[in-house]
Design a protein around this ligand. Structure first.
Ligand code: ADP
Ligand code: ASP
Ligand code: MG
Length: 405
């Protein structure tokens, strides 16, 4: 008898028929004698719809209230999934994140899990129930409802699998597994039978939204092996696990495009010690994650100044602009320019460590496509470029063809 954690994403629970389909799959595992914990997301489109409604009322709503609002999406699905299991004669109990013992810090809308005490989950499992836990949510030690960042149901599943010492963790979604690129954009993308935590982490944080990047980080830290597979068929999925020796034979494992980035440029920033630290400290204090930073060489005479560009998530752009505006007088730059018409295109592979010429090939491919490179950043196993959003998908296909086929 195994303990299995299964997570079903938004499309997989997108309507009552799909929820019944999930219930049938869960019932099948339970019939084999397995203990099953099911984590579900909000039905597809629900979280976006709730955000849209709040923003129609106010562009920058209180983050505490956003968490209160967004947590309702998953709460709807847990109850419907429990009802679907009952309709098949399977005992099932739904639980909110808080009821499942998921305790987080107090950073509303992107809270981190501090610990999980799944005592009640064990209790219900021991009583013969399937336990259905609301993804994406938790509570602070003071009892405030929090959410774990977009795509956070993946994290709920992986963290629960670790806390429950589950034998198996399955992430059910609307594609057959992790592909070399988003199959919706690159028709020639191939399914990967396995991928290392580090590659999956890079792909996820660089835009392959098939897994939330923080969930992969958590899986790596706690050694949770998981499978990404489809809720719509029985095809084998992709196993995400520790790197093995032969993985370095492949230079580029995948290509990702992040359309959710925005860029802020501060023009004529005084070029003197302490300025960058002041700017990025203020952004960090507002819990804004800054990704790439590029500083141009100072030009001109008089007080040296420089242009400073950085990228943030689109969702944080308004907040970042507000922080920057509040620093204008103190820091003394001439203006700030923001755009969300950028895409970040990345190639990822542990094989990059032992192969050279990878960057040159990527840049040549982009030049051939007449795609201008705005910013570049690299790590041991990835190269990212910021380009014009309008050319993002075309560039992604070209780079995929050049490296993978
Ligand atoms: P869920 O609602 O199940 O969490 P998501 O929409 O968050 O599903 O993630 C699944 C989607 O991720 C797929 O439909 C696919 O378009 C996209 N995706 C992006 N990159 C990849 C990739 N490399 N492999 C597979 N899917 C990808
Ligand atoms: N419902 C949340 C979102 O749309 C969490 C998730 O789907 O994983 O981001
Ligand atoms: Mg998701």
């Amino acid at each position: 008898m195994a303990l299995i954690v299964q997570k079903y994403g938004g499309t997989s629970v997108g309507n009552p028929e799909r929820i019944k389909n999930v219930a049938r799959r869960v019932a099948e595992y339970r019939r084999r004698g397995d203990k099953v914990v099911v984590v579900v997301s909000a039905m597809s489109g629900v979280t976006d719809g709730l955000i849209k409604m709040a923003k129609e009322i106010m562009p920058l709503p209180s983050e505490r209230e956003m968490d209160m609002l967004l947590a309702t999406g998953e709460q709807t699905t847990i109850a419907l999934t429990a009802i679907a299991l009952h309709s098949l004669g399977v005992p099932a109990v739904s639980m909110t994140g808080a009821q499942a013992g998921i305790i987080t810090d107090g950073v509303h809308t992107k809270a981190k899990i501090r610990n999980i005490t799944p005592k009640k989950v064990h209790g219900f499992l021991d009583g013969g129930n399937v336990v259905i836990v609301a993804g994406f949510q938790g509570e602070t030690p003071e009892g405030q409802i929090t959410t774990l960042g977009r795509g956070g149901s993946d994290l709920t599943a992986i963290a629960l699998a670790a806390a429950l010492k589950a034998d198996l963790c399955q992430i059910y979604t609307d594609v057959d597994g992790v592909y070399t690129a988003d199959p919706r954009i690159v028709p020639t993308a191939r399914k990967l039978p396995e991928v290392s935590y580090d590659e999956m982490l890079e792909l996820a944080s660089l835009g392959a939204k098939v897994m939330q990047s923080r969930s992969v980080e958590f899986a790596k830290k706690f050694g949770v092996v998981f499978e990404v597979r489809s809720s719509l068929n029985d095809n084998p999925g992709t196993i995400v696990k520790e790197e093995t020796k032969n993985m370095e034979d492949v230079v580029i494992r995948g290509v990702a495009l992040d359309k959710n980035q925005a860029k802020v440029t501060l023009v004529a920033v005084p070029d003197k010690p302490g300025v960058a630290s002041r700017i990025f400290k203020a952004l960090a204090e507002a819990n804004i994650n800054v990704d790439m930073i590029v500083q141009n060489i100072s030009h001109g005479t008089g007080t040296p100044s420089t242009d400073l560009s950085f990228t943030v998530e689109k969702a944080d752009l308004l907040k970042a602009e507000k922080v920057i505006a509040s620093l204008k007088a103190e820091v003394g730059f001439s203006q700030s320019i923001a755009t969300d018409k950028i895409g970040k295109l990345s190639i990822v592979g542990v094989g990059m460590r032992s192969h050279s010429g990878v960057a040159a090939k990527m840049f040549e491919t982009l030049a051939r496509e007449k795609v201008n490179i705005d910013m570049i950043s690299t790590s041991e196993i990835k190269i990212s470029v910021v380009i014009d959003l309008a050319k993002g998908e075309q560039a992604m296909r070209a780079v995929h063809t050049a490296f993978i086929g």
